[in-house]
Design a protein around this ligand. Structure first.
Ligand code: NAD
Ligand code: ZN
Length: 362
């Protein structure tokens, strides 16, 4: 029997370059269905004070800007509330949903676009290929680089039982605008955490059993770009911004045709039980994974030291038995991640005890 290859769905239209955010208006023009079908802009509330950016959002007719807090990672309830709010506010479905922010806001935008046309709640679609119909037109504009959410086929949400993505061919944005200028003011620690998310995507893809030539070429280039951004002090700020934006994209494409691994499995548990955000959770996890990713861990430490980043430790010190169990259960439930990392027989290598011991070190 022939092998079954993944028929990847990627973002069909991409605008890249410094200042491309200014073209948002012209990009949207042809997608407005009529005056009653608005564009809804979901915008990270860090930009409430950035009039230079907000003023460039091309609002007309009944378009609406909704500022979104990213203190916590997006949830299925938040998606359902936004969908409800949009449906109640307008007579017609929106012409499109635009997400302006990091992974949190972009995932929220992708999920809202889908839930406007698919019945039920967002948690019904957490998993793989459960979405039945295309969402409304969606457009993503990253303002921080690393997650690859701008290119991926998933919208990661915390749901009632766990953190899990809405993975489907309908999830990717219809259009992405990559303007490196938008990422220039990201605070240093967050720049590092989210940038490391990209580096770790590459480590996990390149060291995984699902690796193939497609993932490899994208992953290798993304990894080289990360190392340049975080270790080459000769780069200008704008060059770093451009290169990390491209790394994020390529890292996202790499895992689209392979998978992430142990760092992500552990990070999902940390996020759900302790509310530790994705990039930081990944850093906490890779600190203790030299057995599984020796080269990646070594390079990660070099980059961390070079930027004098402190990663909190002892976060699992006071966990209750129930919390440990919940965290371990979430991590171990992510079968494809473990299989990619350790092969089909991963259950003979990793069990609750192994995972708990890793968490105890964090
Ligand atoms: P984020 O979106 O939560 O943003 C992190 C912080 O950076 C926030 O405080 C935000 O306000 C701030 N910020 C963003 N842009 C800024 C700017 N230009 N200037 C100043 N501050 C800015 O962080 P993230 O790491 O981009 O995303 C994490 C989320 O992405 C998690 O929910 C994670 O699960 C998800 N994720 C999704 C995918 C995917 O493929 N869909 C992949 C990896 C991670
Ligand atoms: Zn990630």
């Amino acid at each position: 029997m022939p092998a079954s290859f993944r028929n990847m769905s990627l973002v069909p239209r991409v605008l890249f370059g410094i200042g491309t955010f200014d073209q948002l208006n012209s990009v949207l023009l042809s997608h407005r269905r009529n005056a009653r079908a608005p564009f809804v802009f979901l915008v990270d509330d860090v930009f409430t004070q950035r009039h230079d950016i907000v003023q460039k959002i091309p609002c007309s007719y009944d378009d609406q800007i909704i500022f979104v807090s990213t203190i916590e990672e997006p949830t299925t309830i938040q998606v359902d509330d936004l969908v409800q709010q949009i449906i109640l506010n307008y007579q017609e479905l929106p012409s499109g949903v635009i997400g302006i922010g990091g992974g949190s806001v972009m995932d929220l935008a992708k999920a809202v676009a889908l839930l406007l046309t698919n019945k039920g709640g967002a948690s019904d679609y957490q998993g793989w290929d459960l979405v039945q119909s295309p969402g409304v037109y969606s457009l993503g504009i990253p303002t921080i680089s690393g997650t690859g959410a701008e290119v991926s086929r998933t919208a990661v949400l915390k749901g009632p039982e766990m953190k899990l993505g809405i993975n489907s061919d309908f999830t990717p944005f219809d259009q992405v605008i990559l303007d490196p200028e938008l990422t220039l003011d990201v605070p240093k620690n967050q720049w590092f955490y989210t940038g490391m998310d990209c580096f770790i995507h590459c480590v996990e893809s390149l060291n995984g059993t699902f690796l193939n030539a497609f993932s490899q070429v994208h992953g290798e280039k993304a990894m080289a770009l990360c190392e340049n951004v975080f270790l080459n002090s000769k780069l200008t700020t704008l060059e770093k911004s451009e290169q990390l934006m491209m790394a994020s994209w390529l890292g996202g494409v790499s895992i689209a045709n392979s998978q992430v691994g142990i760092v992500h499995a552990l990070s999902y548990g940390l996020s759900f039980v302790k509310g530790i955000k994705h990039g930081l959770g990944n850093c906490m996890a890779i600190e203790h994974l030299e057995t599984y990713y020796p080269e990646g861990t070594k390079m990660y430490r070099k980059m961390k030291d070079s930027h004098q980043i402190d990663i909190p430790s002892g976060v699992c010190e006071h966990l209750s038995e129930r919390e440990y169990q919940q965290m371990t259960k979430i991590a171990l439930s992510l079968n494809p991640l473990w299989e990619n990392a350790l092969g089909r027989n991963w259950k003979s290598v990793v069990n609750e005890k192994v995972v708990r011991e890793l968490y105890e070190k964090m």
